[in-house]
Design a protein around this ligand. Structure first.
Ligand code: C5J
Length: 227
């Protein structure tokens, strides 16, 4: 492992310090009947990236690198759901309401689960987060410090909301951040394009962006020549 081809310039990957964070690949954002659909969004845009997210996760597992998953969700008593969040927008079902996949975005409900194809395996950390950013009101900082992680590759949804918010939180905390372009998506193509552009502008002001193939090539275990 070494440099990963990226924009605006190569990402200097350090094998001992790199982890993948997969943001909110949950049924509630990807399936009809879920929260994303209730807001009027075309959720098929999200399911289209599943194969790319899956091969990125597999590449990290094959390289022996940590994979961390996040889930946007709230406690059943809604004590971590500010009214300002619950009342926002005009969804047909609100967070905490009973929907076709159980209570919307509530911990432990069927719709809150990560898509089966991308499910965490034993030993992988899953962070339940009540906010857009994965550092807010979670143990993510402690988990990363414990594993001596300083570089984060990002995948998941949605690019301009929870992914970008978490990248900005990470950037402010001193992490080097790289967004996997084909493994992230928005309900709005123009927002995804704008988020990618603003992240890597001004010399990677928030972070780098790269294609999944280039990330996989960069993290692949290299054959070492016999002495
Ligand atoms: C949203 C997310 N869009 N995971 N959540 O509310 O981006």
């Amino acid at each position: 492992m070494g440099d990963i081809k990226a924009e605006p310039f190569v990402f200097p990957a350090k094998p001992e310090a790199l982890a993948l964070i997969v943001i909110d690949m949950q049924r509630d954002f990807a399936e009809p009947g879920g929260f994303g659909a209730s807001l009027g969004n075309d959720v098929s845009r999200i399911t289209k990236i599943v194969p790319d997210v899956k091969r990125l996760i597999q590449g990290f597992r094959d390289a022996g690198l940590p994979v961390i998953h996040t889930m946007e969700c709230h406690k059943p008593d809604l004590s971590d759901l500010p009214p300002a969040k619950r009342d926002r927008g005009s969804p047909s079902i609100r967070i905490g309401d009973e929907g076709p996949m159980g209570r919307v975005l509530i911990s432990g409900e069927p719709g809150t689960a990560i898509l089966a194809e991308l499910a965490p395996i034993d030993g992988e950390v899953v962070i339940e987060k009540p906010g857009k950013g994965a550092f807010y009101a979670t143990k993510l900082s402690d988990v990363l410090k414990e594993k001596s992680i300083t570089q984060l590759v990002f995948a998941g949804v949605t690019t301009e909301v929870c992914v970008q918010t978490t990248m900005r939180e990470a950037n402010d905390r001193g992490y080097e951040c790289l967004l996997a372009e084909e493994a992230t998506e928005s309900y709005f193509p123009e927002f995804k394009a704008a988020a990618i552009a603003m992240i890597r502008a001004q010399g990677a002001i928030v972070g780098w962006t790269a294609h999944v193939d280039d990330i996989l090539e960069g993290i692949a275990p290299k054959e070492t020549a016999d002495a």
